[in-house]
Design a protein around this ligand. Structure first.
Ligand code: PLP
Length: 390
């Protein structure tokens, strides 16, 4: 679908949605769909959650924006709640994931110059990673398609294979400029790749040995998605810097860069900022999300539903010749097929199911954490039929 008045940034499907409720969504002709994608891991509480809607209504009648020239109590409250769940000390609020990563990259560079005295600080980033579409974050991204045509890229990134500690050790021994590692605990866009169980521990140890900041991009994996508040909490470590966005506002644009210890003290007045970042409306949404997550115990719910989904999916696709691998962490699901399968998105849409295909041949499911078991059964049923039709 192309629209004359819009830049052709996106290959859009020819459907427009009008309203939603929980995991259900309706198009402008009144057809109902089951949403197993949540606007790409954004609407984790489901569509039109009343608590978020109420918070937005109430706040928008009081005050939407004041700027960061003044105190913003809602921002301070959200920072407290968020950092206590994340085990971090301090927060900088942005409007998107890419901007949260920009803040992380700037922290790493300042830390490199000021704490480590490195003239040309470099950040290790991974093959197959995705960190956003701004110039710095696309340069950090490990996908040529995202970068092609936008050269010169931002310098100061060193590429390493994902889930390969030995390769990192070699880089560490040979490159004195490195000051940080930026990594997704599970690669999302890259095809739902889950590293070895001890990967983060090993990364932490290496970072400690060399004085690097361990910076985790939890933009897709965070906010309960993987059955923990943050995916890194499947391990025993803590990062120095962590970025969140997608599900933090359940659809209201808000991102955050969290930091701990020395990394939390790097940014000082004048070194970074954002006009909209953490404004009262966005923070009211974020606080409502945190409250619902807590009250409905959605992190445990996501873990339990993820286990159920994973078991059912493995049963349903057992013996399916074109299925190469099924990878799940909580409600983050990748089904790798032996051939590219982009057409599945349109086929599923026709069956009233919203899914995504990433990395060409990986079906990605990111259902809302409130999806019911009946709805999970229905997703799996439709998928099994479609995969067999391929
Ligand atoms: C979506 C995503 C981003 C970019 O977020 P935007 O809000 O689109 O800028 C960065 N990192 C990861 C892991 C993501 O999934």
């Amino acid at each position: 679908m192309s629209v004359v008045s819009l830049m052709s940034t996106y290959n859009r499907l020819s459907v427009c949605f009008e309203k939603g409720e929980g995991a259900l969504i309706w198009d402008s002709d009144g057809n109902q769909y089951l949403d197993a994608l949540s606007g790409i891991a954004v609407c984790n509480l489901g569509h039109a959650h009343p608590a978020v809607a109420d918070a937005l209504c109430v706040q928008s009648r009081k005050l939407i924006h004041t700027s960061n020239l003044y105190g913003i109590p809602l921002q301070e409250r959200l920072a407290q709640v968020l950092s206590s769940k994340a085990g971090m000390d301090k927060v900088f609020f942005s409007n998107s994931g890419a901007e949260a990563n920009e803040a992380a990259i700037k922290i790493a560079r300042l830390y490199g110059h000021e704490a480590k005295g490195v003239a040309n600080p470099a950040i290790v980033v991974m093959e197959g990673s995705f960190h956003g579409r701004t110039m710095a974050t696309l340069s950090a991204t490990g996908n040529r398609k995202v970068q092609a045509g936008f050269e010169p890229l931002v310098q100061g990134f060193v590429r390493a294979p994902y889930n390969d500690i030995d390769a990192l050790k070699t880089i560490a021994a040979n490159n004195r400029n490195i000051v940080a590692v930026l990594v997704e605990p599970v690669q999302g866009e890259g095809g739902v790749h889950i590293p070895a169980a001890d990967y983060l521990e090993q990364l932490r140890a290496l970072c400690d040995e060399y004085g690097w900041l361990l910076m985790l991009d939890e933009i897709q994996t965070g906010m309960g998605r993987t059955g923990r508040w943050f995916s890194y909490q499947h391990s025993q470590i803590k990062p120095d810097v962590m970025t969140v966005a997608k599900a933090l506002g359940n659809g209201v644009p808000i991102g955050a860069c969290l930091a701990r210890g020395v990394a939390a003290e790097v940014l000082q007045p004048g070194s970074h900022g954002s006009t909209f970042g953490g404004n009262p409306l966005a923070c009211a949404a974020g606080l409502a999300v945190m409250k619902v997550m807590e009250e409905e115990d959605l992190v445990s719910v996501a873990a339990a539903k993820g286990r159920y989904l994973s078991e059912r999916l493995n049963e349903a696709l057992k013996g399916c010749a074109n299925v190469v691998d099924i990878r799940t962490q909580g409600l983050m699901i990748g089904i790798e097929l032996d051939k590219s399968c982009g057409e599945l998105v349109q086929m599923a849409l026709k069956q009233g199911l919203l899914i995504n295909v990433t990395a060409g041949n990986v079906i990605r499911l990111l259902p809302p954490l409130v999806i019911t078991t009946e709805q999970i059964d229905s997703v799996i049923d439709t998928l099994r039929r479609l995969i067999r039709q391929l």
